[in-house]
Structure formats: C-alpha cells, structure tokens
Design a protein around this ligand. Structure first.
Ligand SMILES: Cc1cc2nc3c(=O)[nH]c(=O)nc-3n(C[C@H](O)[C@H](O)[C@H](O)COP(=O)(O)OP(=O)(O)OC[C@H]3O[C@@H](n4cnc5c(N)ncnc54)[C@H](O)[C@@H]3O)c2cc1C
Length: 539
C-alpha cells in the first residue's frame, strides 16, 4: 500500500490549492487522486475569477477596501445562514492566500477591471471593481504530457482573459482573431484554464504525486481517526495509507437522488463536470460528519442549445439576459423578476411556489427577444438574420409566439407593450432593472441605464426556454475555520478536511461577486493544506 502524509481527493481549484499549500508548508509526500481521466474539474471549465476582498492588488491600484466593509457586505447577504467563524476566516485569510501563492508558486493574479460586486449597492458592497481577480495567460506547453489532459468548457474560449471580454476592461472591444489564432498556436490559455494550469504547474514543480481514474470510495478509519482511502480504479480496488485527507470532490449536482433529497427546489441543468456525483459527501456521511447548507447551490439560468452534430449543451445565460430588447416571462406571459439580476439570486425566482395552484410560478420560463436583439448581440453561437436554429421558437407576431410556446391569453402582448412603454422612459417601474451598477455592467457594454433597457418591437419575435441550472451544489460536511470536518456533535474528525463545493459553504445562499465560488475554493483549500501540513509535521 502506498503511503502519503497528505492525500487530496479531486483536482479542481480547491484540491490543487490544498495540495500546493500542504507541500509549500513542509509536507514531502502529497498525493492527488482524481476520479475523471482529466484534471481540473469544473474549475478548469470556468471563468477562473476569484473574489477576494481586501487583496493587495486593490491597495496597489489605490482601491479602498477593509475587513469591516467585506464583513458588512457578506452579513447583508446572510439571512442568518452564514457561519460567522467561516466568513471571518475567509475574509481574514483571503488576502494572505493570494500573497502566498504569488510569492511561492506559479500562480499569479491581476484585477478584472471595474467588475462590481453582485449586490454592489448593499452596505459594504464594491461598485468599482478590485475584489475580483484572475490569472494572467499561462503557456500550457509547460505542463508537458498533462497539457492535453485538462477539462474544458464548450461554452468558453480557452484563449481569452476575462479582462478581454466585455465583463472586464474591454467593453465593446473584441480581441482580434489573429491574436486568438497565435495564442492557440502557442497554447496560451486564460480564465479557468490559466488558474488550473498555474496550480498544476506548481504541483508538478513540487513533485506532487498525481493519479487520474482513481475514484475515492471510502475512508479507512480506526477509532474515529483517518488511516487511509480506498479507491475504485480501472485495475481494481486500491488503498493508500495517510493520516490526512482533504475531500475536494466538488458538489453532488449530478446525483439526482442526492439533489432530490436535499436541494431546496428544481435543479434541472448542472453545468459542472459530470463526475461531481457527491462521492466525497457520502464518504463524509459514512464517518459521521455533520452536514450543512445542503439545500443550496450556485444557481444559474440555463438554456439548452443543440449545435449541428453535437449533443445538447446546457448554456448559461447571464449577459444574454441583461442585454436590451430581451425580457423573461412565465407561462402567464408575465415578467417575474429583474432579468439582469445576478444569476445566483435568480434561482429564488425559479423556486417561487404558487400556494393556490401548488405549481412553480416561473417554471417554465422563456427569454423573449426580437430580431434587432439577434442582430446586435446574438444568442449563444447564433447571431444575425435569416434562418434561426431549432432551439429558438420564432413567430412574426407576439400573439403567434405566445401560442407556440403555450402562454395563456393576452399576457405576453400586454407585457411587451408595458415593457416598451417603460423603456421609452428608461425606467423599469416593475422590477427596477438597470438601477443597479450590477445590471448596467452586465448589459451591452455601454455601462449606461440603456445598457440593459430596450424595446422589443422588431419582428420576428423569438422565445427560448430558460431552466434553473447550477454551477454546482454548495452543501456538504461542516468544517471549522481550519477546514477540519466536524462530526454531528461538533467534534473534529481527526485527519479529515473538506474544501470547495464539497464542504458546507461559508457563503450560505449568497454569491458575493465574480469569483465568489472559486474564492472560497482557494481560501479553504489553502487553509486545509496548511493545517494538514502542520498536523503531519507533528505526527
Ligand atoms: C462555465 C463556468 C464558469 C464559471 N466561472 C466561475 C468564475 O469565474 N468564478 C467562480 O468563482 N466560479 C466560477 N464557476 C463555478 C466554479 O467553476 C466551481 O464552483 C468551482 O470550480 C468548484 O471547484 P471545486 O474544486 O470545488 O470542484 P471541481 O472543480 O468541480 O472539482 C471537483 C473534482 O473532484 C473530482 N471528483 C469527484 N468525485 C471524486 C472521487 N470520488 N474521487 C476523486 N475525485 C473525485 C471531479 O472529477 C472533479 O475533477 C464557473 C462554472 C462554470 C461551469
């Protein structure tokens, strides 16, 4: 049986951060064990942003922030569901985590320019940017044989920085095609690819042992203490011995049974890596871990698109909802929320239950837009005039569109007439769309109120169904501020840690800002690795 001082399960940002941190804090034998054939999990498929209030790049750029502001902001989003000890650990350790990685590893960060928090007008909220960071481009050639074994999104270009999209410092400026072509030739990658590439390079530099196709199945325990892990592998069951295990196996969003048992409402489309089936959660449950935040996910509205020759792709619609000339309606043809609102908060609109009918009021829901929207902004991979893909419903009149998608009565026509009247005055009285810096930031790039308000008046008209999706679940074993897993009586389970979406999130229901999920992955991964290293040295 092979032996390690620290074993990390999974290979997303939380796992790799834990492994690098353990090694960097003095552990010689660290092992990473990943269930999939590729490394990087959902993290490599992501935008790669991390949300770290008070990070040193803010000070370098004369952007003010403080511990108090960050705590006040998170408290305003808590609804009593955030654990103070975890939130304080996050805010206190976040900035030093960023510094430590920059000083000791290949990982580096820079500010994603002018990206406001997701609820910027709340007390302590940031309206000008600075809390959201991303990694500079990373040459994948440095990963050697691993370069071709990293998970990848079908929605995002691997060769772009967030700072080069309209959400970063480049509103309305497209990165030239020849730049992208030369990056592809050099294999220079940004966003989640850069974050995972840099973390992985740091692991390789430190000779951290890595296995793929190793599905962690069970913790080997004696007298309540971790002694090792049992894995399913293509060549049979394998065991490793260790006294420190970090569970960083992502959420349980791809396990229908667990989702139905725990999550607060419909979660129809996970957009994460499909290997996230809650294995780590079950391992922790078997050894008596206390669970927390199990009802929550990082919610996101999703549409199904089917490109020629490909399977259906669940496509997150975030900017798409915020652009002008587009609204969302329910089966009554009525708007039901500020369409430009933050994607995680939008989950609550999908989960609204009508007590009379006992139906979800806003499932199904549709995005409704006009021809001008398609010409100006496009949707997913389609832009322009002419024949539209099959996943869009089109009609020459709103009445016909309404009938085709099954809306009741005159609802849709009346809703669009009322919307057009309100946007003529640049004032959405119904849902205050465009009144937050958040909405205008996510809109058409002009950063004005009109960035998100515009009439729907150029036929043909279009509808696409939008479903409640998630980037991942955010419940799991409860931990203390050292990321040590607690049992149902609140005692530490010796040698067991959890980080990332596998742990009971410090964030409760909320998503503070861009990077609000990877931020906690990095912070609690770093904390777990450091603490496990200290314990390993003692042993
Ligand atoms: C398109 C997209 C863009 C996003 N952009 C951002 C962003 O910019 N900022 C942000 O904060 N968040 C973003 N997110 C969300 C973010 O990517 C996830 O919340 C985050 O990556 C979760 O990290 P993790 O390390 O907990 O899990 P993951 O990265 O999902 O890694 C979990 C790993 O564990 C492995 N695993 C599962 N079971 C086992 C087992 N039994 N044994 C061993 N390994 C196992 C899985 O195969 C997987 O590789 C985005 C998500 C998507 C889909």
């Amino acid at each position: 049986m092979s032996e390690f001082e620290v074993v990390v399960l999974g290979s997303g940002a939380a796992a790799l951060a834990a492994a690098v941190s353990a090694s960097g804090h003095g552990v010689k034998k660290v092992g990473i064990f990943e269930k999939a054939s590729v490394l990087g999990g959902t993290s490599a498929m992501s935008g790669g942003m991390i949300w770290i209030p008070g990070n040193h790049h803010m000070e370098e750029n004369q952007i003010e922030d403080s511990r108090e502001e960050a705590l006040t902001y998170l408290d305003s989003l808590s609804h009593g569901r955030m654990r103070t000890d975890l939130v304080e650990a996050y805010v206190d350790i976040g900035p030093s985590m960023v510094k430590w990685f920059e000083e000791n590893t290949e990982v580096a960060f820079e500010i994603v320019e002018s990206f406001p928090d997701y609820h910027p007008e709340n007390p302590g909220g940031n309206q000008t940017g600075g809390r959201s960071l991303e990694c500079p481009l990373f040459p994948f050639g440095e990963l050697g044989e691993w370069a071709g074994r990293i998970s990848q999104s079908r929605q995002m270009s691997p060769y772009l920085l967030m700072n080069e999209t309209s959400l970063g410092r480049g509103p309305l400026i497209e990165t030239p095609k020849e730049v992208l072509k030369s990056r592809a030739e050099e294999n220079l990658r940004g966003c989640g690819q850069a974050l995972i590439g840099r973390l992985l390079k740091s692991c390789l530099d430190r000779n951290i042992h890595i296995e793929t196709d190793y599905q962690a199945e069970e913790l080997i325990m004696e007298n309540g203490t971790v002694l090792g892990v049992r894995f399913n592998t293509p060549s049979g069951v394998r065991e490793v011995s260790t006294s420190n295990v970090v569970i960083a196996t992502g959420g349980f969003e791809w396990n229908k049974n667990l989702v139905n048992s725990f999550v607060r409402g419909p979660l129809q489309r996970p957009v994460s890596i499909e290997t996230n089936t809650g294995d780590g959660l079950k391992m922790a449950m078997r050894v008596g871990a206390a669970l927390g935040n199990m009802q929550e996910a990082w919610w996101v509205p999703v549409i199904d698109i089917t490109a020629e020759g490909e399977n259906t792709i669940p496509w997150m619609v975030n900017r798409e909802r915020a652009n002008p000339r587009c609204i969302m309606v329910n089966r009554d043809g009525k708007r039901f929320a500020n369409e430009a609102a933050n994607y995680n908060a939008f989950g609550a609109a999908f989960h609204q239950l009508d007590p009379g009918t006992f139906e979800y009021s806003n499932i199904p829901a549709w995005m409704i837009f006009d021809q001008e929207y398609l010409v100006r902004y496009g949707l997913c991979r389609y832009r322009g005039e002419g024949r539209v893909p099959d996943w869009m419903t089109s009609a020459d009149t709103l009445a016909e569109l309404s009938e085709k998608i099954g809306c009741e009565g005159l609802g849709l026509e009346e809703t669009v007439a009322s919307w057009n009247a309100q946007v003529a005055d640049l004032d959405d009285n119904d849902f205050q769309r465009g009144k937050s810096v958040h909405d205008t930031h996510w809109g058409d790039g002009t950063r004005t109120t009109a960035a998100t308000l515009g009439p729907i008046d150029k036929p043909p008209y279009y509808a696409v169904e939008v479903r409640p999706g998630a980037l991942g679940t955010k419940g799991g074993p409860q931990t203390n501020a050292n990321a040590q897993v607690l049992d149902v009586d609140g005692n530490v389970i010796s040698g067991l840690y959890a980080a990332g979406n596998a742990m009971a999130s410090a964030m409760g229901m909320a998503y503070g800002g861009a990077g609000g999920t990877l931020g906690p992955c990095m912070v609690f991964g770093y904390i777990a690795g450091k603490h496990a290293a200290e314990e390993a040295r003692k042993k």
